[in-house]
Design a binder for this molecule. Structure first.
Ligand SMILES: [Zn+2]
Ligand SMILES: [Zn+2]
Length: 174
C-alpha cells in the first residue's frame, strides 16, 4: 500500500504544492516502485502528478521465462476528500475521481494497478530477438540449440541423407 497523508495540505490554500518521494516495495502489487510526485492543492482536492518507475515481473510470451520489465508511469490523478478536513462534515464527491480516505490519506494502489495494466505490453518479450521455445522439444532456444532446430527442409533431405550416411560410414570405420 502506498499511502500519503494529506491532512496538512488539505488545510492549505489552492495552489500550494508539495513534493513527495516514493520508494516502496509493494508486496501486494509485487513490485518495487520509486519516483517523485507533486501534490497540489486544488479547489476540489489534491492533484497528484509525477513519474513513477517500477520493475514488473512478466512471463515472456515466446519463451515463458520470467523477466523484469521496466515500467514508467506518468501519474496524473485528482483525489477528492470525502469529508471536510477541519469540520469533519461529509462531502459529496464528484464521480470518476479517486477519494481521499477519512484518515486524510491518498492511497495510490488502485490508480497504480490501472496505470500498470495500460503500461504493460500485450505480448511481453524478455528481449526483442527472443528465439522462443522449440515447437518440437520445448527447449528454450535462447539457452540451447536443440537438434530439432536443424529440421531439414524436404528439398535438402536427400542431400542430408547422403551426408548422414557418410558420417555413419566414417564412424563405423573407426
Ligand atoms: Zn523470451
Ligand atoms: Zn527442439
Amino acid at each position: 500500500m502506498i499511502k500519503i497523508n494529506v491532512a496538512q495540505q488539505l488545510k492549505h490554500t489552492v495552489g500550494v504544492a508539495k513534493q513527495y518521494k516514493v520508494s516502496e516495495t509493494d508486496e501486494a502489487l509485487g513490485l518495487n516502485i520509486y519516483g517523485e510526485l507533486n501534490l497540489v492543492r486544488t479547489d476540489k482536492g489534491i492533484l497528484v502528478t509525477g513519474k513513477l518507475n517500477t520493475l514488473k515481473k512478466l512471463a515472456c510470451s515466446r519463451c515463458l521465462s520470467v523477466f523484469d520489465h521496466p515500467v514508467s508511469l506518468d501519474f496524473l490523478e485528482e483525489y477528492v476528500p470525502t469529508m471536510d478536513v477541519i469540520s469533519g462534515t461529509p462531502l459529496s464527491t464528484p464521480d470518476g475521481l479517486f477519494t481521499i480516505t477519512n484518515n486524510h490519506e491518498i492511497c495510490l494502489d488502485d490508480a497504480l494497478s490501472q496505470y500498470e495494466v495500460l503500461a504493460l505490453p500485450m505480448k511481453p518479450l524478455c528481449r526483442p530477438d527472443c528465439k522462443g521455445l522449440c515447437d518440437h522439444c520445448g527447449s528454450n532456444l535462447n539457452i540451447e540449440d536443440c537438434s530439432c532446430s536443424n529440421t531439414i527442409d524436404p528439398r535438402w533431405a536427400a542431400l542430408a541423407g547422403l551426408a548422414l550416411n557418410d558420417i555413419q560410414g566414417n564412424s563405423r570405420e573407426e
